[in-house]
Design a protein around this ligand. Structure first.
Ligand code: FA5
Length: 341
């Protein structure tokens, strides 16, 4: 049995030296000195020895255990140090490397224009009034003086929901009625921004969804001169101090008289270019004095109150400002386009 002990001891020393990771070393400890380990199992056989052999064997066994335990501790310290060194080397941070720049998001070009529009109208005392995207036929058309079968409905074909009479708004003008009904008979100065939807052919200048910013001022003694002056001031603040504007007569069922406002072409300064189709002018909005029927529908007496309203398209304005040739870029989610702003 003593020979067996010496043999196991020699084997254990040999395998210990080969253990090259702490995990392997732990296995070695379990298989050698653990409660089911080869050395430990020998202790159980002591009972088979004679009384004289027992102390000799016991002494040698304890000495062998102590030797192996010490060798194990020593090896463990070496392996742990090596593993720590390796870990530190592989996760080291090179503080001399140049930093990686952060990827920064940016605002959508339409959002930038919208915010600029809010700021300008805010400076002129207009508040933002939010109104719903899903509207009733009544608000989108009828209360705006566009009854069923009115030919003007052809200009604003829309998307219908499964609920009869509930549609996606074709313009922000129904918000005029909501605002008037909320504020009447107080004076109003609001802008109503939001998404509009039209069932029409998509072209380089027309999308099926686009923003509009509506404007509404209602009070006593508001005249066409106020409309012209306010919108001219807006154009100057938006496009530059010396920008010329002109008003052309137009027709909208909810304003009387109605007009469209053009600004001198932003790109060529009125000389004539591809963007303004050599006209020197660009149309940016529709406007007019609020129709008496609409005032009445909003809760104001048209004999006492008057008002002006306008509706502009921020995407079209953005196209003019940056020389963008196609409106479809706005909602196509192409980063090559969006990253230019
Ligand atoms: C209207 O929608 C009127 N509600 C505007 C108005 C308000 C007039 C208040 C008088 C008083 P119009 O259909 O022209 O009018 O649209 C107004 C603006 O919305 C246009 O000048 C244009 O800039 C933008 N717009 C209209 N249709 C589209 C489209 N399909 N794609 C992108 N922009 C559009």
């Amino acid at each position: 049995m003593l020979a067996e002990l010496e043999n196991l001891h020699a084997q254990a020393v040999e395998t210990l030296e080969k253990a090259n990771t702490t995990a392997v070393l732990e296995d070695w400890h379990r298989d050698t000195l653990g409660r089911r380990g080869s050395i430990y199992l020998l202790t159980r056989q002591i009972g088979q020895l004679s009384a004289e052999e027992r102390p000799v064997f016991g002494q040698r066994l304890n000495a062998a255990k102590d030797e192996l335990e010490a060798a194990y501790e020593q090896r463990l310290a070496i392996l742990k140090a090596a593993e720590l060194k390796h870990k530190m080397a592989s996760t080291a941070i090179d503080v001399t490397l140049p930093g990686r720049s952060q990827w920064r998001g940016r605002l959508h070009p339409a959002t930038r224009t919208l915010r600029e529009i809010y700021r300008i109208w805010g400076d002129m005392g207009f508040q933002v009034y939010r109104s719903r995207d899903v509207e009733t036929d009544e608000y989108n058309f009828e209360l705006l003086n566009i009854p069923q079968h009115h030919p003007a409905r052809d200009m604003w074909d829309t998307f219908h929901t499964t609920t009869p009479g509930v549609i996606l708004r074709t313009h922000t003008s129904p918000g005029q009625i909501h605002a008037m009904r909320e504020y009447a008979p107080e004076p109003i100065r609001v802008i109503l921004p939001g998404m509009c939807y039209r069932y029409e052919q998509i072209t380089a200048r027309s999308e099926i969804q686009f923003h509009q910013v509506e404007g509404l001022a209602v009070g006593k003694n508001i005249s066409l001169a106020d409309l012209k002056g306010t919108l001219t001031d807006f154009a100057r603040r938006m496009f530059g101090a010396n920008r010329k504007v002109r008003f052309r007569a137009n027709y909208f069922p909810f304003t009387e008289p109605s007009a469209e406002m053009d600004v001198e072409c932003i790109l060529c300064g009125g000389e004539g270019c591809q963007v303004c189709k050599y006209a020197g002018w660009l149309e940016i909005l529709g406007c007019g004095m609020v129709h008496p029927t609409v005032l009445r529908n909003g809760g104001y007496d048209p004999a006492v109150y008057s008002g002006f309203a306008f509706g502009m398209g921020p995407e079209r304005i953005t196209m003019l400002k940056y020389g963008i040739q196609d409106i479809r870029y706005f909602w196509s989610n192409d980063l090559r386009f969006l990253e230019q702003f």
